[in-house]
Design a protein around this ligand. Sequence first.
Ligand code: PMP
Length: 392
Amino acid sequence: MWTDMRPAVEMPRLFERGGDVISFAGGLPDLDVLPLDTVSAQLSRLVRLGGKLALQYTTPHVAGALVPAIKDLMAREGTTAEPGGLVPTAGSQMGLMAVGLGLAAPGETILVQTPAYPGAAAAFRTAGLTLHAAPEDASGLDAHALRRTVAELRAAGRTVRLLYCNPTFQNPTGATLPEARRRELVAAARELDLLIVEDNPYGLLSFDGTTTTALHALDPERVVYLGTFSKVFAPGLRCGWIAAPEPIAASLRRTTEVMALSPSALTQAALGAFHSRSGWDDLLDAYRRSYKERCDLMADALEAELGTDGPWQWERPGGGFYIWLRHRDGTDTARFVAAAAEHGVSYVPGSHFGIDGEHADALRLCFSNVPRKRIAEGVARLAAALTEPAST
Ligand code: PMP
């Protein structure tokens, strides 16, 4: 019998929102801020006036009308890309799969910043790659240790050409790699002849409007940048892009063509039209405000319920969607899933973000899509579950 051994990207059960469950599990954006009337008018205009093009197949290139929208987003993190270096995707999940299939051969090793977004690990595994944790210390990816790790792996006969990271408001920790560390990392990648895969869905979602320089800005020849409209616009349009050195972009374009034949001309046109009429400022501000409020509500409630010097250790993030709680005694947080469900709250256990079962002592809470007035109640339910004695 054929058995599918591939890891799931998400855990549908944890996303169920039935009954009275308050879900801190799924990383969903708050689409209440999206001006649906504007989007709807633009989509209908596009179909009415240009439907025969917008609904036709197109080539695996980023549409000219979308390029300024992408450049505007990338410029906010100090970087840019020319059309020849851009590849359209149906979101970064497809970008991750294209990178895994197109830039490494099955059996090769990819270094992965952990804890990692499970969809990245799943994509690389599905592409036949072996995952190895990239060395880190308390400040994040550690370029000095990286040199040792890569030398050891290569001495053992492993081929290592890629390093995957999510350096800004990381899923699941919310952490951001400091600028000095970014420079060290890029320098080490040059020395070691590694390509860095920079997965950046949350970079523009800081709570105070500041941005961090993208790794891509520091060396566009060494970095394959994955951008997406999922978190700065809406995931349902399934639209994103890869920015890469031109020869790599050309190769990735062939990979994406095999994967999906054609990007959606309609969604590319809709996003381009939205940007040319409204720009990104208002929407980004609205998203940031929404997430800052929700994060504050969750962090205040966590402080009130769990304190700051109890068994749970966590930090207030400066942006993104997530708060990462770690148990000081190393307790496996999967232990509390059933109690949490009984109390009517859900979260994602930390082991889902490890590449080899590690990080089981942590858990991820997502605040981005929880109704404001339910956050404190959800945290109270969670605290009740987390402080229940083990049933075994
Ligand atoms: N990378 C990271 C770090 C993510 O958190 C996500 C979605 N949660 C993705 C990639 C994939 O997003 P999408 O395909 O919608 O762009």
